[in-house]
Design a protein around this ligand. Structure first.
Ligand code: ADP
Length: 643
């Protein structure tokens, strides 16, 4: 070690401190999972070394048997989790351990209420990880040396979790990482061989690397037993012989037959790979042997990760080749709209030295992805059919993401459309639980289309005057109020031969739902109101494209509609909010000839009052669809004139 090696004291990112407090509080009744988290990290480190060593054998530095060793010291009150994996350089320690390298962390922390009890469940969205060590320890020491780095030169990181940490160069023989937990006094019961072994078996049995603990020879056990009877000096003479024993099964869980894996094991494996501390909602485990061979074990989580909407977010599916971990977050294996899926795919049809570039244009990968997507659909279809309650949980959490698939994945549109759920006028409830098949099942015999309305909120959609005629005739309408809805309906033109129709667009054509008599009546109204219609048009001038009588309305005097091919008003607002310059298409003002206000207009002799009434009629319609009045002062003035 050079003399220049100095101990440096550095500060955590402010967010780390906040996250630590939250974590300690959240995991209060679940403390033992710190061990699972540290073992998972150690296992990842071994995975990474094995992968890098494929190209450079020397990285093993002569010790290719990778394993994880757990020891404890009753006197010193420490537990040590050691691996001979990839290790970390000084820079890596600083960026991985002193900061939270996850984008969106700040936003996540902003979403916390500050009330720990309320926030406790949110930690699940974030993932637990290394910092869970502080749940049981009041000081954590990490010794590490990157495989292949200058022999003997390691880094020591230490912190009491109080906002600061120290870094210094130290001697470290082997490559890999040792995490030493200095337990809080009240956590001493973890300093127990039996306790630790049972925690390892419970949480980490399936970790594919051996997890070793010191076994005690018969001699040692005897020594311990007799220690209870004999005075201390005598027992200290006996040397406890060191012998490492493997505690876990260490067989890759996904290579086992489904029938050999219990529900608990599947759940624990999920937590191990995802750092989630809740159970998953559902999983699918299959081995495919066709043209290509691969095994997949994929999960749908219960809760959305905090960065679900972050476009840079890592995907959740890991790639293995013949049980060797290759890479994380392989987006080539799962489309964007299934980015919530976690798990792994293991294939024997790719070379071990496969790179990101190779993955991008590869027919094996394409075939695997296609198969995997099909399996995820199968899992979701199953859930929807057999467990609607959990499907509802899924839909609430990930429905908006799944809808992106309608836009992105043309080839699976039909299958995806069946998985969609909507709020509709059938119950008017905000809960999205009606499938398109349910809707079709309830369609009137003469009904040819699936009707929908979009609004910025559920309330806005539900209360829209455009629905009046549909309610009167008892025709169900889908109520769409998620942001993605505007896009996705423009990509879903039909479902099972029925086209989707916005109730706010075009000339309302109810097809066979309209009877002849009503049609005649409307034609008669149209000619009766022809004069009034053109007077209103003159009064409103440039504001609108056209005025016409309508049969859409029952209780309201007026509404605005778009042309068949115009952008909807909601879409226009979304784009404007996003800072896009768009030339707003002029709308059509439809008036309800049955309404008293129109009768009043019809007989209004005063030109100024007529003008005021027209503007009020127009602005009311604008307000009802969630729009903004361009000149509120003018509107109020006109209203007051009339009052
Ligand atoms: P996560 O594992 O979710 O990324 P952690 O907080 O547990 O978050 O760990 C942060 C990072 O620190 C890991 O991604 C890894 O790069 C590094 N790390 C943690 N433990 C080890 C270890 N035993 N060996 C090598 N690197 C590690």
């Amino acid at each position: 070690m050079s003399e220049a090696a100095q101990k440096e004291t550095l500060s955590f990112q402010a967010e780390v401190r906040q996250l630590l407090d939250l974590m300690i509080h959240s995991l209060y009744s679940n403390k033992e999972i710190f061990l699972r988290e540290l073992i998972s990290n150690a296992s990842d480190a071994a995975d990474k070394l094995r992968f890098e060593a494929l190209a450079n054998d020397a990285l093993y530095e002569g010790s290719p048997n990778l394993e994880i060793r757990i020891t404890f010291d009753k006197e010193a009150k420490t537990i040590t989790v050691a691996d001979n994996g990839i290790g970390m350089s000084r820079e890596e320690v600083m960026s991985n351990i002193g900061t939270i390298a996850k984008s969106g962390t700040k936003e996540f922390l902003k979403s916390l209420t500050g009330e720990q009890a309320k926030d406790a469940h949110l930690i699940g969205q974030f993932g637990v990880g290394f910092y869970s060590a502080f749940v049981v320890a009041d000081r954590v020491t990490l010794l590490t040396r990157r495989a292949g780095a200058v022999a003997g030169q390691g880094i020591k990181w230490e912190s009491a979790g109080d906002g600061e940490y120290t870094l210094e160069e130290v001697a470290k023989e082997g490559h890999g990482t040792e995490v030493i937990l200095h337990l809080r006094d009240e956590e001493s019961d973890f300093l127990d061989d039996w306790r630790l072994r049972s925690v390892i078996r419970k949480f980490s049995d399936h970790v594919s690397w051996p997890i070793m603990m010191l076994g005690r020879s018969a001699d040692a056990e005897e020594a311990e037993e007799s220690a209870e009877e004999k005075p201390e000096e005598e027992t200290q003479e006996k040397v406890v012989e060191e012998k490492w024993e493997q505690v876990n099964k260490a067989s890759a869980l996904w290579t086992r037959a489904k029938s050999d894996v219990s529900a608990e094991e599947y759940n624990e494996f999920y937590k191990h790979i995802s750092h989630d501390f809740e159970e998953p909602l559902s999983h699918v485990h299959v081995r495919l042997e066709g043209k290509f061979e691969y095994t997949l074990l994929l999960y749908v989580p219960k809760r959305a990760p905090f960065d679900l909407w972050d476009r840079e977010r890592k995907h959740g599916v890991k790639l293995y080749v013949r049980r060797v971990f290759i890479m994380e977050g392989a987006e080539e294996l799962m489309p964007r709209y299934l980015r919530f899926v976690r798990g792994l795919i293991d294939t024997s049809d790719l070379p071990l030295n496969v790179s990101r570039e190779i993955l991008q244009k590869n027919q094996v990968v394409d075939a695997i992805r296609k198969g995997a997507v099909g399996k995820v659909f199968g899992m979701l279809e199953d859930l929807a059919e057999k467990d609607p309650e959990n499907y509802q949980t899924f839909w609430k959490t990930f429905g908006k993401v799944l809808k992106e698939g309608i836009i992105e994945d043309y080839s699976n549109k039909e299958r995806l459309a069946k998985l969609l759920r909507f709020a509709t006028t059938h119950t008017d409830s905000e809960v999205q639980d009606v499938s398109l098949s349910d809707y079709i099942g309830r369609m009137k015999p003469e009904q040819e289309k699936i009707y929908y309305i979009t609004g910025e909120t559920h309330m806005a959609a539900r209360k829209s005057p455009h629905l009046e005629i549909f309610r009167k005739k008892g025709i169900e309408v889908l109520l769409l109020s998620d942001r993605v809805d505007e896009w996705f309906v423009s990509h879903l033109h039909e479902f099972e031969g029925k086209s989707l129709q916005a109730v706010t667009k075009g000339d309302l054509d109810l097809g066979k739902l309209d009877d002849e008599e009503q049609k005649k009546e409307r034609e008669e109204q149209e000619s009766r109101f022809k004069d009034l219609v053109s007077r209103i048009k003159d009064a409103l001038g440039e504001n609108i494209k056209e005025v016409r009588t309508t049969h859409r309305l029952v209780d309201s005097p007026s509404c605005l509609v778009g042309g068949e091919y115009d952008m909807s008003a909601t879409m226009e607002r979304i784009l404007k909010d996003a800072g896009q310059e768009i030339p707003g298409a002029k709308r059509i003002l439809e008036i309800n000839p049955e309404h008293a206000m129109l009768q009043r207009l019809q007989s209004e002799g005063d030109a100024e009052r007529f003008d005021d009434l027209c503007h009020i009629l127009y602005n009311q319609a604008l307000l009802c669809e969630g729009g903004q009045i361009e000149d509120p002062v003018d509107f109020v003035r006109r209203l007051n004139n009339l009052l």
